[in-house]
Unconditional design. Sequence first.
Length: 562
Amino acid sequence: METQGEPPIKKSNFIIDLVEADLDSNRYDGRVQTRFPPEPNGFLHVGHAKAICLNSSIANDYSGVFNLRYDDTNPVTESTEFVASIKDDLQWLLGEELKTVPLHTSDYFKQLYLWAEDLIMKGKAYVDDQDVKTISKQRGGFQETGLNSPYRDRGTEENLHLFREMRAGKFYEGECVLRAKIDMGHDNMNMRDPIMYRVKTEEHFRTGKEWNIYPTYDWAHGQSDAIEKVTHSLCSLEFESHRELYNWFLDQLEITGNQRPYQTEFARLNFTYTVLSKRLLKYLVEDKIVDGWDDPRMPTLRGFRKRGYPAVAVRNFCEHIGVAKTNGTHEIELLESFIRNNLNQNAERRMAVLNPLKVTITNWPEGHVDMRQAINNPEDESAGTREIPFTGSLYIEREDFMENPEPKYYRLAPGREVRLRYGYFITCNKIVKDKEGNVTELLCSYDPETSGGKAPDGRKVKATIHWVSAEHALEGSAVLYDRLFSTEHPGAETGEPLDDINPNSKTLRECIKLEPSIGDLTRGSVVQFERLGYFHPDEEIPLLFHRTVGLRDEWANIVKRR
């Protein structure tokens, strides 16, 4: 069985091998520089976490440079909200502030434009007056060669004039584009005269109305790497077919030697019960299927933070799975096991009752409060202990009582004795019900000789349950989360992942009872509610808790089944 509690030992992989080979050959004069280039049109998700961890660790391990670069080339979908969230979440994941100032592709708009003019003058780019739909149709297919645009053979001077007119705002959106002139019969679809620039009149959040044309990702990507002197452009596998175009542009601009970056692809991160398509995540938010990008059911880093996932556990998970050359899907339970094992080591324990049932101890001395000593974390002796008030009026979980117990049900029942965690043995003597026959209260007696958790006469009990003093309890609420999608592979049967949305993925428990020390939890901490799971206090609403992860190790069961 795999272990997840300890930070994994660093392993070699094909990307590390490439970097070390470049260092041995002095390919970049001993430099290593990587980057993470997100488009600021949404919040970061766990798939981005793998790319961030990989690029930052490569730079750190070889005393190199790691930059955050915003691919801000589409003003229609981008915003300062996303820019701020990306930086904030990236720094949370890495556990430190960025060592360099974030970069922007928009910083290079002028140089990219000049390079585009250079390609036009070399006869390697032309202005096409056709609309995007027509251009897409003319590209053909994998078994069908593409068709040349009727504007493909325009002269250099005309193309240069039209491109400058595009820059000057003389055309409306969709009227024309600038395309690279490569080969409409190429086996690689990305090489069939790809679009380099399109007209967009939307105001850019950084450059305002300065530009009327914006570069495409394929045109801006490699050139931005070159401008920044990136040595290793690490991309996920969906960009593998774009590598040929990446190199073609660098060739035309005669960017060579140690100024020329090169692209290497690695497998993207996929999970069961999860979608990582930014389009689908955006739909979930905008259609209010979830409560925003930070909804704890979302696979976004902001959702992870709200749910209480420790950043170090996410980093350790990414290190554990490593990098591969072929895509695969990881069980979400593996990630959860990293979260659980980290919290088991670090989270303090408290007692809370999510579905309260009143217990009155009839032989308890009236008005007496017994302060019981409890261990804060059995995995960490330095966490110390705390005191919990014990009185004759308590709350227990309703699920810890059964009037007519089933076989192998060992918790509280009429005439049965159980142990209260850090308390005494109690026996249920009488049940109180309301007019509808619902159990509202249990009248119990306690054995004062069982203060140490054991009976002097050696009798045994088969269950220990948690409790909260009714007189001292804080009242709060908790949100319990299940999978956002009800199937392992959303959309596998219907082709539409949204068909598999789980309608019961979120449950709010109000009027829960909490031991008083919970009110003193520090901001951002995660606590284990004994027997219930790990919970994270909401950052804004007092005494509202989000369940981070349950106690049951589902990953261990998966490994056993294998």
